[in-house]
Design a protein around this ligand. Sequence first.
Ligand code: MV4
Length: 447
Amino acid sequence: MFNKILIANRGEIAVRIIRACRELGIRTVAVYSEADKDALHTQLADEAICIGPANSKESYLNMERIISATIITKAEAIHPGFGFLSENSKFVELCEKCNIAFIGPSADIINRMGNKSEARRTMIEAGVPVTPGTKEPVYDAATGKKFADAMGYPVIVKASSGGGGKGMRIVESPQEFETNFNTAQRESVNAFADDTMYIEKYIQSPRHIEFQILADKHGNVVHLGERDCSIQRKHQKVIEESPSVAINQELRKKMGETAVRAAKAVGYENAGTIEFLLDKSGEFYFMEMNTRIQVEHPVTEMVTGLDLIKEQIRIAEGLELSVTQNDIEVRGHAIECRINAENPEKNFMPCPGVIRDIHFPGGNGVRIDSAIYNGYRIPPTYDSMICKVIVHDKDRTSAINKMQSVLGELVIDGVDTNIDFQFDIIGNERFRKGDINTHFIHDEYGL
Ligand code: MV4
């Protein structure tokens, strides 16, 4: 078993991982940039090593420095968290070469799922429903248009290396195809140095539903139910919840089994997420697989009672999952609101600065994952998410009421935040009815 784990991340997720390790009796190594000398993860870990300047490229994204820190401190494993190097197959290969356990899937699986058009092909072969569209990659507008004309409009052009909306264009009519295809492809070449595109039928007003899965080295794969992540702004999730009001027990079983089949088809290992689009008629389509722990994992932890970080560590240690599918039950309802240091009045511009006063609510079924404290200076260099508020209660209405109470009590002074915006959504009539889809924020707030 691991005696010491290095956490190749910062912020609340680094703190979250340190806590899990401590509960398991595993020693922890934090790595930090010069901007994070006073950060909570730097203070909470058993050891901390400075790995370079604020700029992520020279610190949290610098593979050699992180590997060196691991070797120097004799850590046996690296937990990458999310973002940074978590989906970098070169880094995973480097870990393998240095005999360091990477807490996540193999380099090969990261590569195969990171290539979205290849992932699509793999899922088609595994009998997983995907959005109607091209089976093979498309490299030029003329070829793409033939497929789109046959499919019927609207279609959506996507970059194979894409994600988060980059290199993606909706095309409403044949006249607009060529321009939109070329724009999306140019964006992809600039962002990912990859001109590989694919085309799908555009699903109108879908829900974003994702299934959490766990897979160990012994061939055991389970799903932990779904998260509804339809409340997004510019492809950034704002609120996530589990379960989804759009999914009944029968559909959960069907989609969950599909997610497990998808994971088995690629010989997946560790924690992963299968993203689906769910349309109004209840049809679901595979969209992408995320090969990392996700920001919103706490809502799944609240409804299943499992600790996903501990399960990830168990899996990397070669142990079997602590549960079978029959042991897993989705109990009650959990909601997460992401609190960002940003100004919703000024186009959600990030607002770094010093935390002058802070009050975190508590109580039954309330969880706050954060790495900020009184007097802490939020550096301008990194993500603006400073806090995740998660609540759990017996049903959705009770969880919404609890979130309303918690957000009303939450105080973060010194920087602008989106707390009031979150409070507004939680009180929104359509949200309360569960009448949500990926366009909710656009439709309700014009954003
Ligand atoms: C779609 C879609 C509808 N139909 N694909 C968004 C990011 C990337 N992960 C895939 N995304 C989508 N893919 C098909 N075939 C809708 C989205 C989508 C979206 C699209 C336009 C504006 C906002 C959106 C928010 C979430 C998802």
